[in-house]
Design a protein around this ligand. Structure first.
Ligand SMILES: [Fe+2]
Length: 199
């Protein structure tokens, strides 16, 4: 979908069952730009200041498609009442336990706007700070696509973000599919990834 991927997020974070993984295969590309960036959220959690980690342990953020639909999908019509009903606000743990490795990731993204047990202004400030932190340059891998490239990623420990290209002149055609996920698990204790990132 045109421009749908701009802004850092993990796929399905605004759903009850976010997508576990996503897969993209590049078929047709513009001659320049249109890279995709990926941020390692195990790494981000591991180097968050200890007081911030303590602050987010055990808390959930509200992810709202309804609130941000017109912000992130301005080219689409507003949600109908039926669509709103199908996409209620969801609350996910900010410190998320990966169901396979057990490691803790920082789970936050563009659809988040409230935190349980926290005043709205304080929550917004913390969310903005966490979003900035999660996407610091040292956590980012940048995929410069070549035709035929395919990439599979784990949305439970990675955020991603599309970048612009000259879409008035060029076409970019990608095949995409997603893997079914599970209800995000709250991290009950901090378990930091013990090996360095490969990116
Ligand atoms: Fe996406």
């Amino acid at each position: 979908m045109k421009r749908a991927g701009w802004g850092w997020h993990s796929d399905g974070e605004d759903k009850v069952l976010p997508n576990a993984g996503s897969f993209i295969h590049a078929l047709k590309l513009p001659p320049a730009d249109g890279d995709t960036m990926y941020a390692d959220t195990f790494a981000a959690f591991a180097v968050l200041p200890a007081d911030v980690r303590r602050k987010i342990m055990g808390r959930r953020a509200c992810f709202s498609r309804q609130r941000f639909h017109e912000v992130y999908y301005p080219h689409l019509p507003p949600l109908t009442d039926a669509q709103k009903k199908a996409r209620p606000d969801v609350w996910h743990p900010i410190a998320r336990r990966h169901p396979k490795s057990g490691w803790t990731s920082l789970y936050i993204g563009r659809w988040a706007y409230k935190i349980d047990g926290m005043a709205d202004n304080e929550a917004q400030e913390l969310i903005d700070c966490l979003k900035d932190f999660a996407t610091r340059p040292e956590f980012i891998y940048r995929q410069k696509w070549k035709v035929g490239d395919a990439l599979l990623w784990d949305n439970r420990c990675v955020q991603h973000c599309a970048t612009p290209f000259d879409d008035a002149t060029y076409r970019r055609l990608m095949q995409r599919t997603t893997l079914e996920g599970e209800v995000p698990i709250m991290a009950e204790r901090e378990l930091l990834r013990s090996i360095p990132a490969l990116v």
